[in-house]
Design a protein around this ligand. Structure first.
Ligand code: NAD
Ligand code: ZN
Length: 245
């Protein structure tokens, strides 16, 4: 499953960083985007989740995001998410970085989450930038509009082709560089710049661990590869730490 060496390293570490991808939410029933899940009503998601689609086909764009929001609102965190809440409570030097937009880390109870690709539950104006909480804007028209400037609203996610929030990325890069143990959990490790973070960690001396049932481009570079589902493994790691403590 995992080595005793890993548990010892975690026990003695000050700084632990976890980076998660769509795989950590798979056990909650959230579909990933690749393969056959990459289509929605015969539209290619990689074409739909773009600034161009928001501009040229805002009705279709919003139909897709409403569908995703409704799907995600019904989904609950799993053991993997809850294990990360436990670890945040135990370690001062804990950092959680996610590529997911599904809000499940926050729903589970993590307090500080570096959301590299945003969060689908948030909404802001594409023209003036004003942020809206749920219920603060009229969500009945096919394309919701800003109450301040009339601009088209959009979900608070990074669309394909957009750059990542620079301050959050910088914080993630620094955490990677400072971590003693870095975990890559449930990510295909191909979407940049997130895919580079484990290499930054390793180049700065971190013990690099991958948790993923499938091989990825990162696997060959990891110090330890755990080929299992993240819910089971993260819960087992917390249990092992509790037994020793
Ligand atoms: P991905 O879909 O490319 O890869 C998912 C990885 O998870 C795969 O390598 C797969 O082998 C692994 N996996 C599947 N089940 C697992 C399990 N139970 N435990 C551990 N690993 C498991 O996901 P990605 O690397 O995060 O990149 C996809 C992009 O799409 C990201 O940019 C992300 O923002 C977005 N996305 C987000 C969500 C979400 O918020 N939940 C869902 C789909 C896509
Ligand atoms: Zn506005």
């Amino acid at each position: 499953m995992f080595s005793n060496k890993l548990i010892k390293r975690i026990l003695h570490a000050y700084s632990l960083t976890f980076m998660t991808g769509a795989g950590i939410s798979a056990e909650s029933g959230v579909p990933t985007f690749r393969g056959k899940d990459g289509l929605w009503q015969n539209h290619d998601v990689q074409q739909l989740a773009t600034p161009r689609a928001l501009e040229s086909e805002p009705e279709l764009f919003w139909e897709f995001y409403r569908w995703r929001r409704q799907l995600l609102a019904r989904v609950e965190p799993n053991l993997g998410h809850y294990a990360l809440v436990d670890l945040e409570n135990r370690y001062k030097g804990f950092t959680l970085i996610t590529q997911n937009v599904d809000n499940l880390h926050i729903k589970a109870g993590n307090r500080h989450v570096l959301e590299l690709h945003g969060n689908i539950t948030r909404t802001y104006c594409s023209k003036c930038g004003k942020e809206f909480a749920e219920g603060e804007y009229d969500d009945t028209p096919a394309v919701p509009k800003c109450t301040q400037c009339g601009g088209v609203l959009r979900p608070g996610v990074v669309l394909f082709g957009e750059s990542l929030p620079s301050a959050i990325l910088a914080e993630a890069q620094q955490a990677a560089a400072e971590s003693e143990v870095f975990f890559s959990v449930g990510t295909s490790s191909i979407v940049e710049p997130a895919a580079s973070l484990p290499y930054i960690a390793k180049a700065n001396g971190a013990y690099l661990v991958e948790i993923n049932p499938e091989e990825t481009p990162l696997s060959a570079h990891a110090d330890e590869v755990i080929r299992e589902k993240s819910g089971k493994i993260l819960a087992a790691i917390v249990l092992a730490l509790e037994r020793i403590a």
